[in-house]
Design a protein around this ligand. Structure first.
Ligand code: NAP
Length: 302
């Protein structure tokens, strides 16, 4: 039996792994898709201290190498359920059941869908949730970004280097993105903001050809020619598989010690109700979660 099972291989999970291995805990980390998590898809990260500018992929490769170098066992499998048998937690995965004394949930979050007509049909045919992955397909073409948060604005700037024109449709007349990202977008010639506009429909034959947007307040409908539609309207946490206390949107509630409502189950990073979703905060959460898990395991053994 493992001392600790970590679920999720992004910045929070890998940091928990580094701390757990240095504490000499027998630890397994499960990752469903790709070690590194969502941030590995980020073109450039400019706010992780010590790295003024580094690609998400490279930063996460360094995290992974660091964790593996300490002997962290990483298993690529999907965790489907967690059951509790007194003090033992049984992590049920696509590769079997793994009992553990403690768990760190660091499963992060996935992009939220808008739910507009055409979104589902054209996903992978012009509709995308990852500019780094799909941006190069739209070199020299017109694209639309939907949203006004950090992700939308950062990715709009990234896309402006590839696309001919980037429309940013945002439902308000003000962005919530970091000011430094806003300045960059406002100073980019081929980015045009459609303020107080919502996306109504994505249209085309085989691939996206244009979109219909509505101006809020006036109700004016407008067709915009865009062959790519990049949707960045927030995230949904990946937390369905575990029964611990969550908020109304499914983010796991934790104490400052990253404890969840179930003893011995800790949570860290974007899947929690932490007020700031950043690599820097995920790293901090992951370190605390592993440290607290170690203390919990020690107390169990006493
Ligand atoms: P976010 O901060 O929640 O922003 C979502 C954006 O989508 C908001 O502008 C929101 O509009 C808009 N929106 C939400 N629902 C919508 C709908 N139904 N129709 C139209 N627009 C809608 O999400 P995020 O940008 O994905 O960022 C997630 C977290 O990661 C945040 O905590 C963010 O700070 C962090 N992050 C940080 C960086 C960085 O480099 N610092 C980069 C990426 C992400 P309103 O503004 O009107 O609510």
């Amino acid at each position: 039996m493992d001392d600790l099972v970590i679920i999720g291989g992004g910045p929070a999970g890998l940091t928990a792994g580094i701390y757990a291995k240095r504490a000499r805990l027998k630890t397994t980390l499960f990752e469903r898709e790709m070690v590194g998590g969502q941030i590995a898809l980020s073109d450039v990260i400019e706010n992780y201290p010590g790295f003024p500018s580094i690609s998400g992929m490279e930063l996460m490769q360094r995290f992974e190498e660091h964790a593996r170098g300490l002997g962290l066992e990483i298993v690529l499998a999907e965790v489907r359920d967690v059951t509790f048998q007194e003090e033992i937690k049984v992590v049920k995965t696509s590769k079997g059941d793994y009992p553990a004394k403690a768990i760190v949930v660091a499963t992060g979050a996935r992009p939220r869908r808008l739910g507009v007509p055409g979104e589902k049909e054209f996903t992978g045919k012009g509709v995308s949730y990852c500019a780094t992955c799909d941006g190069p397909f739209f070199r020299g073409r017109d694209v639309m970004v939907v949203g006004g948060g950090d992700t939308a604005i950062k990715e709009a700037v990234f896309l402006s280097k590839l696309a001919r024109k980037v429309y940013v449709a945002h439902r308000r007349d003000k962005l919530r993105a970091e000011k430094i990202l806003q300045e960059r977008a406002f100073n980019t010639e081929n980015i045009e903001f459609l303020w107080s506009h919502v996306l109504k429909e994505i249209r085309g034959e085989k691939f996206v050809e244009d979109v219909m947007v509505e101006e809020l307040g006036t109700g004016t409908l407008k067709t915009v020619k865009a062959e790519g539609v990049f949707i960045f309207v927030g995230i949904n946490p990946t937390t369905d598989f575990i029964d611990v206390e969550k908020d109304e949107r499914g983010f796991i509630k934790t104490t400052a010690r990253m404890e969840t409502s179930h003893p011995g189950v800790f949570a860290a990073g974007d899947c929690t109700t932490t007020p700031l979703l950043q690599v820097a905060t995920a790293v901090g959460n992951g370190a605390i979660a592993a440290y607290e898990a170690e203390k919990y395991i020690e107390e169990l053994g006493a």
